[in-house]
Design a protein around this ligand. Structure first.
Ligand code: ATP
Ligand code: MG
Length: 587
């Protein structure tokens, strides 16, 4: 269906398209700029354009394409870098140079690339429904891609390709549905704003191990969980998300850069392809998809990118995989919502944001979860969104609503970042509602004492905070030896455990086993020291205990493979303790 442009206001235009539906894709003008219908008024459709609308004029032709914004899903997504509407950035650069020309239309996946298809032959002639696995394709060394019947197809499988090499335009299967003989390919498309269906949600039980101690040990996230990383400017949000993308034990990582600072994305685009996957020793890109909003697309296009990312995440989830999607940052996405609402003349509610901000945020995070898939597998999507509140004020609407939606909240603190305590995650403002569930996992897989030691460490941190208030008021002399030892205990936790340098080769990642032993070391030193104090060892002498400095350095002295050395260190603490004990106990 075609119509004419009637009105242009920045990225918002309208056209007389009386039949176009909400959400329908359109192409505008001679260049064929991409857009989406976001409102209707009488016969005219309001359209959000994903590209710069300069040079459009009234009466330019608009074509409604008859389908909503959709992504292409199939083998070949992994390792790709897409823009916010799933155009492959590398192929664009190849064809058109560094600057994306407007209206450029390129397929997300390479149609001509062939994939070795291994059919599931027993299915032939049987009745198939959405999610049934027609066969597999080895996509990368780590990921075997299941070719599933698309969720909305249902009928008798009357044709299935033999084992062999196929490209994306060749027929893989034919399904006789109630109305037609539907041809299936290795890929299919799916509308990004419609969550992909599944049988039911399942309780998430397994932690997403990130290798970052402040998360895994103190504020854990589950596979299928939702987390937010609010943080003021420069506090380390991007660094944390990159660490998660690099080290987390998910099968697939989708990184959506929603238009943070321009050079930051360049950084991501340059650094990611060089990273090595710690689990396979191959390129990290073999399990990664990057979605990067480019700065020459208007703000409103960022709004789409987050849905493009999460739809690809659900697609791999449906194959029974654990997927993590990180979005940097959801504030930019919310700003896009605000801009569109403003142009539509909708009533602003909080700080200019429309009334539906909270429900849009909730609907986005709702697409996370661990599910039983249509095909009978279990898969998960974990969502981790950075939030960049203006001025670092966590009471602003995006941070406020996000906090109510997520179960894990990793709050970054400006004071910690200024003190170069990285990751600058505040232990007083952060929370995780998943601790009881993760405690079971730690007890089963690592050590039954995890929850107890974690609680002692957190309590030391809280007590130390109180004591520091006293010190600031009346000076350190006011503290008793026990209280001074608590401060030392908290320092051990902070320096030996919480601070973790992303830039240090050994410290960048810690296995659960290493995390637990470090936690044990710090708490043990505190506890043994407290008993020695009771015996009469002066706190000054304890503060000189040579093991203190060594303990704080264990994190970058011993790698995750050197578990024995850490266990020996624990022995060393006990030996030292008995030495003191004999000396003072005898007195
Ligand atoms: N875990 C870490 N280890 C070492 N250095 C870190 C760590 N986290 C952050 N930094 C330091 O802080 C700097 C800023 O971090 P980053 O760019 O991630 O912040 P941001 O919150 O994303 O900033 P912006 O608000 O500008 O997007 C980094 O360049 C790095 O020097
Ligand atoms: Mg950043």
């Amino acid at each position: 269906m075609r119509g004419k442009l009637t009105y242009i206001n920045g990225p918002l235009v309208s056209a007389n398209l009386s039949q176009a539906c909400l959400g329908e894709q359109v192409r505008i003008g001679l260049q064929g700029l991409m857009g989406e219908v976001i409102g209707r008024k009488g016969d005219s459709a309001l359209i959000q354009v994903y590209e710069n609308t300069e040079s459009l004029t009234p009466n330019d032709e608009v074509e409604a394409l008859g389908h909503p914004l959709s992504v292409e899903l199939g083998p070949g997504l992994l390792g790709k870098i897409f823009d916010g509407v799933q155009r492959p950035l590398k192929d664009i650069a190849h064809q058109a140079g560094d600057y994306i020309p407007r209206g450029l239309s390129l397929k997300a996946l390479d149609d001509d690339r062939v994939w070795p298809f291994q059919p599931n032959e027993v299915l032939l002639h049987s009745h198939v429904t959405g999610g049934v696995c027609l066969g597999t394709v080895v996509e990368t060394a780590r990921i075997t891609h299941k070719i599933l019947v698309p969720p909305d197809v249902n009928g008798q499988l009357i044709g299935l390709a033999k084992a062999g090499d196929y490209n994306l335009t060749q027929t893989i299967a034919v399904v006789k549905t109630a109305t037609e003989e539907k041809i299936l390919y290795l890929s299919h498309s799916w509308p990004v704003r419609t969550p992909r269906p599944f049988i039911n949600r399942d309780d998430a039980t397994e932690p997403l191990i990130t290798g970052q101690r402040i998360f895994d040990t103190f504020f854990p996230l589950l596979k299928g969980g939702k987390a937010a990383i609010p943080g003021p400017f420069g506090a380390g949000k991007t660094m944390i998300q990159q660490q998660i993308a690099r080290w987390s034990n998910a099968d697939i990582v989708i990184y959506v850069g929603c238009g943070e600072r321009g050079n930051e994305l360049v950084d991501v685009l340059e650094s990611f392809p060089k990273l090595i996957d710690p689990y396979t020793q191959r390129s990290l890109m073999e399990r990664t998809i990057l979605v990067a909003n480019t700065s020459n697309m208007p703000v409103v296009a960022r709004e789409a990118s987050i849905y493009v990312g999460v739809t690809m995440a659900e697609y791999y989830r449906d194959q029974g995989l654990d997927v993590v999607m990180v979005a940097d940052s959801t504030s930019r996405w919310a700003e896009a919502l605000r801009e569109v609402a403003g142009r539509l003349g909708q009533m602003p509610v909080e700080e200019g944001y429309p009334a539906y901000l909270a429900s849009r945020l909730a609907a986005f995070y709702e697409r996370s979860g661990r599910v039983n898939t249509l095909g009978g597998d279990q898969g998960s999507v974990s969502l981790i969104g950075a939030v960049s509140p203006p001025g670092g004020d966590f009471s602003e609407p995006v941070t406020g609503h996000t906090k109510e939606i997520v179960q894990t909240f990793w709050a970054l603190s400006k004071e910690l970042a200024d003190a170069r305590h990285y990751p600058s995650v505040s232990w007083t403002e952060s929370f995780s509602e998943y601790v009881p569930i993760t405690a079971q996992w730690w007890a089963k897989n690592i050590d039954a004492d995890w929850q107890n030691l974690r609680a002692i460490a957190l309590s030391l941190l809280t007590q130390a905070q109180e004591l520091m208030r006293i010190v600031n008021l009346v000076g350190p002399e006011a503290l008793s030896p026990e209280q001074r030892w608590i401060l030392q205990g908290a320092d051990l936790i902070k320096e030996g455990l919480l601070q973790q340098s992303a830039l240090d080769e050994v410290d960048s990642h810690a296995s659960p086993q290493k995390q637990f032993l470090l936690l044990k070391i710090m708490v043990l030193i505190y506890q043994r020291g407290a008993s020695l104090l009771a015996l009469g060892v002066p706190v000054q002498e304890l503060n000189q205990w040579p093991l203190l400095i060594k303990a704080k350095r264990c994190k970058n002295t011993y790698s995750s493979e050197q578990i024995n050395d850490l266990q020996q260190f624990i022995q060393q603490i006990e030996t030292d303790f008995h030495h003191y004990f004999d000396e003072y106990g005898a007195k």
